[in-house]
Design a protein around this ligand. Structure first.
Ligand code: ZN
Length: 289
């Protein structure tokens, strides 16, 4: 379940409602313009379990207070929340590490190839409202006044690298986009959209679904542990940096402090480790008309 903290939601004047096929929709009373964007936290049950000299546990322990201090209105983890295959102990530690943030703001978590859907839902949900994912997928919609965020589920099976949305989720997305209003819409999905064997295998079909909808302004993903900006048909593609560890020394480890408005986004890198040369640098995105 996406939001493990309804008391904080009501304090912040959010309401969790249900729409359609068990989809959980968070409707914000505020503009929802200030977001913390994270990806690939890779939290293990054992804090000593790291990779390439990085400690995911230590990294997230340092980042959560930074985000709490920044006081965003919502936060997202773009998949690979757990270390390798989504053990219950991984999510127990993740929940504990995130709790100072979850007490203040909703945190939507996408599932990646190193997650386990059932173990994740056992740890973080189900919500009091009984919200469930779209037919065995964990899909979240956050409706802000400035933008709409759709968090998709590309997990096939734990610790199997490629991703797939699948036909049911794609058809749901097509219906949702056709029936929702024209506010700028941003997608979050764990897997990259390239044509490698470890990427989102149905990305061409996803793009076919998105093509008629000009309200789709950007797609965010993680997976590659690379911080990078690209474009597809005037839609911004943002590869979020990893929090757990990088794969190359040239990449930062950290999170993105984002201001999202109906016109565009201002994305500032908060680099904690790895390559920190772009720490504090802001990238301005203009949404296509
Ligand atoms: Zn990862």
């Amino acid at each position: 379940m996406p939001f493990a903290h309804l008391p904080s939601l009501s304090r912040r004047a959010f309401t969790l409602t249900l729409a359609g096929a068990g989809l959980s929709v968070l409707r914000a009373q505020t503009s929802l313009e200030h977001w913390a964007l994270m990806s690939d936290t890779h939290i293990p049950a054992d804090p000593a379990n790291g990779h390439r000299g990085f400690s995911p546990t230590e990294n997230l322990s340092k980042i959560v207070p930074q985000i709490v201090a920044a006081a965003p209105e919502a936060a997202i983890i773009c998949g690979d929340a757990a270390r390798l295959d989504g053990q219950p102990g991984d999510y127990a530690v993740l929940k504990k590490l995130l709790s100072p943030l979850m007490q203040k703001t909703p945190v939507a978590i996408a599932l990646g190839n190193h997650d386990h859907r059932k173990n994740f839902l056992d740890a973080f949900g189900p919500s009091p409202a009984g919200a469930q994912s779209v037919q065995n997928k964990h899909v979240v919609v956050l409706e802000g006044k400035a933008v709409r965020v759709i968090v998709l589920d590309s997990l096939i099976t734990p610790n199997f690298t490629p991703g797939l949305l699948g036909r049911t989720q794609r058809e749901w997305l097509a219906r949702f986009l056709a029936s929702s209003d024209d506010r700028p819409t941003l997608l979050f999905v764990h897997h990259t959209l390239d044509d490698t064997d470890g990427a989102l295998l149905d990305s061409p079909r996803l793009l076919d679904v998105l093509r008629p909808h000009r309200k789709v302004k950007a797609i965010f993903y993680g997976h590659s542990h690379t911080y990078r900006y690209d474009m597809w048909e005037h839609v911004h593609l943002v590869n979020l940096p990893a929090i757990g560890y990088n794969f190359r020394d040239t990449e930062p480890v950290g999170w993105i402090d984002a201001r999202l408005t109906p016109q565009g986004g201002r994305l500032t890198l908060r680099a904690l480790a790895g390559n920190r040369e772009n720490d504090g640098k802001t990238v301005e995105l203009n949404w296509r008309p």
